[in-house]
Each structure stands twice: as structure tokens, then as C-alpha cells.
Design a protein around this ligand. Structure first.
Ligand code: PMP
Length: 377
């Protein structure tokens, strides 16, 4: 037995901690922004049929170009876009979760001597992926209430001159929306790669335009999505992006051959054939999110504006204590390390009620108005 400290680890990884959201068996898991609704039974049956067929040829490597999946993804994204804004399979790329898509982007466009700018607080994997690819992570700042105006974003881009910018829209862990104006302004302010991470885009108000609408004429713009959230497919690990076809050529240089298994491709293809049913729960999740906003405020907390399937709320006197007390009742939420704040995923109606009821019972000892020193713990 040895320890990590004794190993000849790369210098830029020394002292770092891995991604580590707790994975606990609890009755109410609202900590990693999953879709807590299981996929519909009829869709599950179709996916199983697809898997049953695919398993018969797993002696062969899968389609390295995952052509059917790229066609299905283009079709799915294209449904929300106008006729002058067509996406085809050539525009699409996919991998095992959008985490892997983002890692491949950094492998292709980042690396030693290059930098990645994100706007903190933002998705915790960005800095971890930067470290893993030896890309310098730059934590830019935001405006009040975690908003990001074109002026603030552009001034950070100009100040830091990054090779890559990651814009999380809406932002995790704050839920904050991002305007197309900010995205376009960032694009104009850099010669580098601009990635808009739209992992939670489907939870935005109906009719909200996606960054996909900005793709024509912007060959350095990449829009990444995932099937993990709205599509209730987190366990299958499928993320994807849309961009100029040349971007896929760049990612082909760094992907592992056959990185998407035949089973993953079959499952995703079957699920995408039922996108309407798979997304049927989105409205309900939005309702639970809006209910969280109202009820958290009523309980004396300060929820932040959210266009995603989770809510970050301030006014928590001691986040660690509240987290532990809820866990004691079988409810797992997330302490994202922002002083005075906790984050909760919108669950089913019942799960959301269990969380709100438990919080209301705890309320007396964990309301705003505690001393600053208690809050800073
Ligand atoms: N982007 C954001 C903003 C996320 O919150 C997550 C997951 N929590 C991901 C990307 C990665 O998701 P996945 O790898 O499951 O597609």
C-alpha cells in the first residue's frame, strides 16, 4: 500500500480533490440535478428491444462515427429551430456525458500553455477538466446575483485573453440564465473557442431561444447539451454538442476509437425516437422548481432566479448543519460551498413536499438573522 502523496503524480494535479458529490442511498436524492422521474414504461420497453438487438453484435466494434445517433440528435435539436437554421448529422458530436464532450474540447483546443475562462461560481467540473488536460483555469467574476452582463463578460475576456471560454447557460450551481447578447459579445471579443453549456436548456421558459440560434456564421461557437437532465438519461451517459462540422474533425483527433459503446448508441437512439414522452416531465419539474422558489421565500430564505431544474437559496445560517439535519431525515441536497447557501434539485411533487416540510420543521434554528459568524462557518 502507498498513498497518493508518494506517487510521481503530474505537478498540476498535486493537492487537488476529485469530483465527489456524495452518492448515498437515501429516500429523497435531490443533490445532483438528476431528473427524479423514471423514464416511461413504454419507452423503457423500446430501449430494451434496441439493446437486445445491439447485444447480438457486440463481438464487433460499434459504429465509430455513431451516425444514426448524430442524425437523431440533429433531428431532435432541429425541431426547436427555424427552417433557415438547419442542423445535420455533420454538425453533431456526442460522447459519454457532456463531461466527456467538454473534456474532448479541452484536449483538442486547450492543453499546456493554453487557458480556459469560466465565470465563477460555475459548474465544478470545468476547473477539474482543465487540470486533467493541463489547461490553465481562469475563474472570471460575475455581476450581482450571479448575473453576467455583456460588459462584464467582455471585460473579463479582454483582461484574461483565454483560448477557450465556457459559458454555462443556465448556470450551475446558481440557476442564472444567460442572454444571447452576452454570448454573442463574448464570441466577438475573442478569437478562441466559445462553448455554451446548455445542460439545463430544456428547463428554461417555453419559447426561450437557445444559443443554437447563434451557430450560423460562428464557426468557433459550440453548444453542448446532455440527455442526463431533461431526458432522464443520466445513467446512460450521453452528452452531445452542435457546432460547425470542422469542430467534429478536431474532436476526432482526441476521442478514443469507438468511445460510444454499441449499447449506449442503441439506448440513446431508442430514447430519441420518443423524445416527446421522454420530455413529458419537464413541465412538472418546472412547476416544482417554481414552487421551491415561492415556498423557500415564504420560509424566510433567499432563492436565486433559476431557469434550470434546481434552486440555489441563500439565507442559510449554517449550511453544513442544515445539510446534515435534512440528511438525517433521508433528504440529500447539496452544499456547493457558497457561504450561507444550499442547492436543491426540483424533484417529483412528493419529493419536493418532503424537502419543504422537513426544512419548515428545521426552520426555527436555521433562519436568517443568525449572527454573521454563524453564517460564515
Ligand atoms: N454541464 C453542467 C452545467 C452540469 O451541471 C452537468 C452535470 N451536473 C454536466 C454538464 C455534465 O452532465 P453529463 O456528463 O451527465 O452530461
Amino acid at each position: 500500500m502507498t498513498s497518493l502523496e508518494d506517487l510521481p503524480l503530474r505537478t498540476n494535479l498535486q493537492g487537488l480533490t476529485p469530483y465527489g458529490a456524495p452518492q448515498l442511498q437515501v429516500p429523497v436524492a435531490l443533490n445532483v440535478n438528476e431528473n427524479t422521474h423514471p423514464i416511461p414504461e413504454a419507452v423503457a420497453r423500446d430501449i430494451l428491444a434496441g439493446l437486445a438487438e445491439a447485444i447480438r453484435s457486440v463481438n464487433r466494434y460499434p459504429d465509430r462515427e455513431f451516425t444514426a445517433l448524430r442524425q437523431a440528435l440533429a433531428r431532435y435539436l432541429g425541431e426547436g429551430l427555424g427552417a433557415d437554421n438547419r442542423l445535420s448529422a455533420e454538425n453533431m458530436w456526442a460522447a459519454n456525458g457532456s463531461n466527456e464532450v467538454l473534456q474532448q474540447v479541452l484536449q483538442a483546443f486547450g492543453g499546456p500553455g493554453r487557458s480556459l475562462l469560466g465565470f465563477a461560481p460555475t459548474y465544478s467540473m470545468y476547473s477539474i477538466l482543465a487540470a486533467g488536460t493541463d489547461t490553465t483555469w481562469i475563474a472570471g467574476t460575475r455581476d450581482a446575483d450571479y448575473e453576467l452582463s455583456p460588459a462584464t463578460a467582455v471585460s473579463e475576456v479582454t483582461r484574461t485573453n483565454p483560448d477557450i471560454v465556457f459559458l454555462c447557460s443556465p448556470n450551475n450551481p446558481t440557476g442564472t440564465p444567460l442572454s444571447l447578447e452576452t454570448i454573442a459579445a463574448v464570441y466577438d471579443a475573442t478569437d478562441g473557442i466559445v462553448v455554451v453549456d446548455e445542460a439545463y436548456a430544456e428547463f428554461a421558459p417555453a419559447g426561450t431561444p437557445s444559443a443554437l440560434t447563434l451557430l450560423p456564421g460562428r464557426e468557433r461557437l459550440l453548444v453542448s447539451r446532455t440527455m442526463s437532465k431533461a431526458f432522464a438519461f443520466a445513467g446512460a451517459r450521453v452528452g452531445y454538442l452542435a457546432a460547425d462540422p470542422a469542430i467534429a474533425d478536431a474532436l476526432r483527433l482526441v476521442r478514443l476509437p469507438y468511445h460510444l459503446s454499441a449499447l449506449t448508441q442503441a439506448a440513446a437512439n431508442a430514447a430519441l425516437a420518443h423524445s416527446a414522452e421522454m420530455l413529458a416531465m419537464v413541465d412538472d419539474i418546472r412547476r416544482q422548481r417554481d414552487r421551491l422558489m415561492v415556498e423557500l421565500e415564504r420560509l424566510g430564505y433567499a432563492p436565486h432566479r433559476s431557469w434550470s431544474n434546481f434552486v440555489l437559496f441563500g439565507g442559510v445560517a449554517n449550511p453544513h448543519e442544515t445539510f446534515e439535519a435534512l440528511l438525517g431525515e433521508g433528504i440529500l441536497i447539496r452544499d456547493v460551498g457558497i457561504p450561507g447557501h444550499l442547492r436543491v434539485t426540483a424533484g417529483t411533487e412528493n419529493e419536493t413536499s418532503l424537502f419543504l416540510d422537513a426544512l419548515a420543521r428545521l426552520g426555527r434554528t436555521d433562519r436568517p438573522g443568525q449572527t454573521e459568524s454563524a453564517r460564515a462557518e
